[in-house]
Design a protein around this ligand. Structure first.
Ligand code: NDP
Length: 420
């Protein structure tokens, strides 16, 4: 039966189609390498031209790969343990719903305990800082190997299991975007596992290793480092606590699992999102209490908007008569679903992106204003969310037609009130 339901051919290619996808396969790992190498220089200037290629020994360390594989295996084991609840994903084209284990927060708690024991036993966590480039290279190779495996696997998957966005027939494009929507080995969902666990929890652990390196070098962690690690730990904890919410995101519902997400989850997130903490180890910054308080206020403001808007929409989508959202103004759509036009979703059309970007700024500010490198995240993330917003807007216009146009008329700004 499932075999009879075919996934239509992808007609509209994103990211510049075949050429864009081919370029990004090289550009993304190249950017990670460039950022980390630049961060290691004394002036950390993004304007510096790439120097001579680093030696093979500085890039490749089999031990880093072994540690990385051990890390992914630990997270896979925690994922499979019978803890947490089971939730159902959205209804698929063949009318089935996949089951997902919701236990990322528990996995994070267990990992935190293990990390705490490592700190108490004074294990050399600063090794991760000293060999960071080698870990990044090992992680890029691991994501490449995973993407090749995923593409090969997708060639034997039933037609109904392919991703609507990654079925163009062009092997390079489909390899990049992801050919199969929800690749699984038994009940182990590869995309869902990679989305939040090894990379996101790994990001926090990497930050902890950098903090330990600072202690090793200077006797105690700096206020800047504490703020960066604290803000980012809050963000990761929030994402893991609300793990179920990713079941309705574009990544799970629409995008296949290919190089883009595999590399993004396993290499890009842990090795570029930790750039501020990496920068602070080699470029210490003095921060006054007043400036620290202002930065904490900015992060808190971003978090309130981000969490408030995401929770409001989730509550509304789960149950529109929920007392927390029942009083909000809405517009009906032909699909039967309604769109919020007051509350956070009446401020701009993507208030959750606005909050996320304010937080991103707060993570960079503790690194001072003398370098642009620690602001890489907020600059890249602005581009990513503007592009993501355009993709979502396109999908919503297709889904809701006139009702979406009416929403755009009532709420004219996309992300930044009165600006964009
Ligand atoms: P969103 O949570 O923004 O969801 C978009 C969907 O919400 C739309 O497709 C539509 O779906 C629904 N929607 C839009 N407008 C309305 C409305 N007015 N009323 C009711 N429903 C509406 O999607 P994302 O997955 O992009 O973002 C989720 C979170 O993840 C965000 O906070 C984002 O900032 C964050 N994020 C973080 C990243 C990172 O690397 N740190 C990367 C990407 C995202 P429908 O109508 O079908 O329900």
């Amino acid at each position: 039966m499932a075999d009879k339901i075919k996934t239509p051919r992808t007609k509209e290619m994103e990211f510049g189609g075949f050429l864009g996808a081919s370029a990004l396969i090289f550009l993304l790992p190249g950017t990670v390498l460039y950022l980390l190498l630049t961060c290691n220089t004394s002036d950390a200037s993004l304007l510096r031209l790439p120097g001579p290629l680093p030696s093979l020994e500085s890039l490749w360390n089999p031990f880093a790969l072994v540690v990385l594989l051990g890390w992914v295996a630990l997270q896979a084991l925690l994922y499979m343990l019978p803890m947490g609840k089971i939730a159902e994903g959205i209804t698929l084209r063949d009318n089935t719903r996949l089951k997902y284990k919701i236990n990322a927060f528990q996995a994070f708690l267990v990992t935190t305990i293990i990390a705490g024991v490592a700190v108490v036993l004074q294990l050399p966590l600063s090794y991760v800082y000293d060999h960071f480039l080698q870990f990044a290279v090992a992680s890029a190779l691991l994501s490449l190997a995973l993407s090749i495996f995923l593409y090969m696997k997708s060639l034997t998957a039933p037609e109904s299991a392919l991703a609507p966005g990654g079925n163009s027939g062009n092997p390079v494009y489909d390899f990049f975007i992801g050919h199969e929507l929800n690749p699984r080995i038994g009940s182990f969902d590869l995309k869902y596992f990679c989305e939040l666990r090894p990379g996101l929890i790994g990001w926090c652990l990497i930050n902890l290793c950098f903090l330990m390196k600072e202690i090793e070098l200077r006797g105690s962690p700096s206020l800047s480092m504490i703020l960066v690690c604290g803000f980012q730990a809050l963000y990761v904890t929030d994402a893991l606590w609300h793990e179920e919410a990713i079941l309705t995101t574009m990544d799970i519902v629409h995008d296949g699992f290919g190089f883009m997400l595999a590399f993004g989850d396993l290499c890009w997130v842990p090795f570029t999102y930790s750039l501020q903490a990496y920068f602070l180890v080699s470029h210490p910054q003095e921060l006054s209490t007043v400036v620290a308080v202002v930065i904490i206020f900015i992060d808190a403001l971003g978090y309130i908007i981000f969490r408030g808007s995401n929770s409001q929409k989730n509550a509304f989508r789960r149950n529109p008569s929920d007392p927390s959202v029942a009083g909000l103004e809405t517009i009906p759509t032909a699909t039967g679903k309604r769109l919020l036009v007051s509350g956070w979703w009446g401020l701009v059309r993507h208030p959750n992106y606005l909050g996320d970007l304010i937080m991103a700024l707060a993570w960079s500010l503790p690194c001072g204003v003398s370098h642009i490198l620690p602001y890489f995240y907020v600059i890249y993330f602005t581009g990513l969310l503007i592009h993501r917003e355009a993709r979502d807007e396109h999908q919503c216009l297709k889904k809701y037609g006139l009702a979406w146009q009416e929403y755009c008329r009532r709420v004219p700004y996309r992300i930044f009130p009165y600006i964009y």
